[in-house]
Design a protein around this ligand. Structure first.
Ligand code: FAD
Ligand code: SF4
Ligand code: SF4
Length: 402
């Protein structure tokens, strides 16, 4: 982070790219927001889709790169420890129990930071993201619950100069964190903490509409959804009703193109650059899963530790056959009739992978699908865009030839 330099830095002279212009990463752009700020000056080195450098990022953020020979690090990245937890008093309206929002609130209340970068929703549409630099606990709480759409979080970096913010907690998904880490040393900050969310299968606002219409019986009333560890999608509706649909009943042919190209080429599922990651997929149903990557992550966790009901991570089952069957079914764009999807879902729920093994199931399924997508749609970038950890994982499976 900089102290008033004598000569202007590249970002002092740069201007955000107007919203109606094509971004440097073209169709692969995830709209992370960097290009909406003067830090676009560093886009060639910082953009997750133009210059990916997991090794460099991990060394800089955590002091070392992940150990590819250690199975937990191969899958879940650099770590000091993993745990599962839930808030003893869950926050109403949060995505899960609200650990992320509570951490943001505590970071402000304790003076650890002056502001929290998070995403509220547009007043007109529950699913349109509105990134903010929150300065009060109320503003952080207003950002609770996922906006399952691409969000230009880093656009608010543009508001940092002159804001008086010197210590920042940034909450974000992998592509946003990769760009943030790359420009971190040029930001007018004294301290930066990064709280990461795992992220996969994100969509544009239009793509989300297609997904909801295809998967839910009443798409207009959905206020919240999650692909859960019981192999079902749980939709919560505005009247409080919960609708669940088995993964295996999705209309795969209709949904093949719904995910954003950025997300079909992304391998940063577990948010490699964050200090602390808070997701759910490595935990048993109903609990959240946390990965502490470094001492700053430990400092963040301490803020809420007394309010958590904690348990160790566990792992049960064997994902491998299910992943291989999924690759073949996806490639043939098979759609099961709903009665059969319910039966398959019921069986998998009882004998399928649990805890960390469920996390590996999801990572394997998405990495193999994305490697295949990249090979078919962007063969010219496969070599530089498939990181070593993803390559090792993908090589464990039989992919269709072309
Ligand atoms: P809350 O307290 O409700 O806080 C949610 C936080 O998410 C808010 O601070 C908000 O700023 C931030 N946020 C919301 N939308 C976005 C967005 N589009 N971009 C960046 N930040 C956002 N976890 C898994 O384990 N496996 C997954 O496959 C997975 N996929 C995800 C996909 C997306 C698009 C997102 C946004 C999250 C995903 N997560 C996944 C994380 C998980 O769903 C929860 O967000 C996480 O466990 C925190 O829950 P919580 O109740 O503590 O969050
Ligand atoms: Fe710019 Fe981010 Fe898009 Fe890359 S992903 S082109 S840095 S907005
Ligand atoms: Fe970004 Fe990857 Fe999430 Fe897409 S899946 S929004 S590229 S972190």
């Amino acid at each position: 982070m900089t102290s008033s330099p004598a000569s202007p830095l590249p970002h002092d002279q740069a201007r955000p790219i107007p919203r109606d212009r094509i971004r440097p990463a073209k169709d692969l752009c995830s709209d992370c927001g960097l290009c909406d700020s003067r830090w676009v000056a560093y886009v060639r080195q910082a953009c997750a889709f133009l210059h990916q450098d997991f090794d460099g990022m991990e060394r800089k953020a955590h002091g070392r790169a992940r150990d590819l020979d250690q199975e937990d690090e191969l899958y879940f990245g650099v770590q000091q420890r993993m745990l599962t937890a839930r808030l003893q008093t869950p926050i109403a309206g949060a995505q899960w129990t609200g650990i992320v929002s509570r951490l943001g609130v505590r970071a402000l209340e304790t003076g650890l930071v002056d502001a929290v970068l998070c995403v509220q929703q547009s007043p007109d549409d529950r699913f349109t993201p509105m990134p903010v630099l929150a300065r009060t606990p109320e503003e952080v709480l207003a950002a609770r619950v996922n906006k399952p759409t691409l969000s230009n979080n880093l656009s608010v970096l543009e508001q940092l100069p002159g804001s008086g913010i010197k210590r920042l907690l940034a909450i974000g998904v992998g592509c946003q964190v990769q760009a943030l880490r790359a420009v971190q040393d040029t930001l007018p900050l004294e301290a930066l903490y990064v709280l990461g969310l795992p992220c996969v299968d994100n969509v544009s606002r239009e793509g989300l509409q297609t997904f909801l219409e295809s998967a839910s019986a009443t798409p207009d009333t959905v206020v919240h959804y999650e692909f859960m560890q019981d192999f079902r999608i749980h939709f919560r509706h505005s009247d409080g009703r919960v609708e669940t649909v088995p993964f295996f009943g999705l209309d795969t042919p209709a949904l093949k193109d719904v995910f954003a190209p950025s997300c079909l080429s992304c391998f940063d599922y577990v948010n490699a650059g964050a200090d602390l990651v808070v997701g759910y997929m490595g935990a048993e149903f109903g609990r959240q899963w946390l990965v502490v990557r470094n001492s700053r992550g430990e400092d963040l966790l301490k803020l809420v530790e007394a309010e958590l009901d904690q348990a160790p991570v566990m792992s049960r089952g064997d994902r491998r056959q299910a992943v291989q069957q999924g690759i073949d079914a996806y490639d043939k764009a098979l759609r099961l009739p709903m009665w059969l999807a319910e039966v398959v879902g019921w069986i998998v729920q009882r004998v399928g992978p649990k805890g960390l093994e469920y996390g590996r199931f999801s990572i394997d399924s998405h990495f193999t699908r994305n490697a295949l997508w990249l090979r078919r749609h962007h063969p010219e970038v496969v070599e530089r865009h498939l990181p070593a950890f993803a390559r090792r994982i993908v090589e464990r499976y039989r992919l269709p030839a072309r």
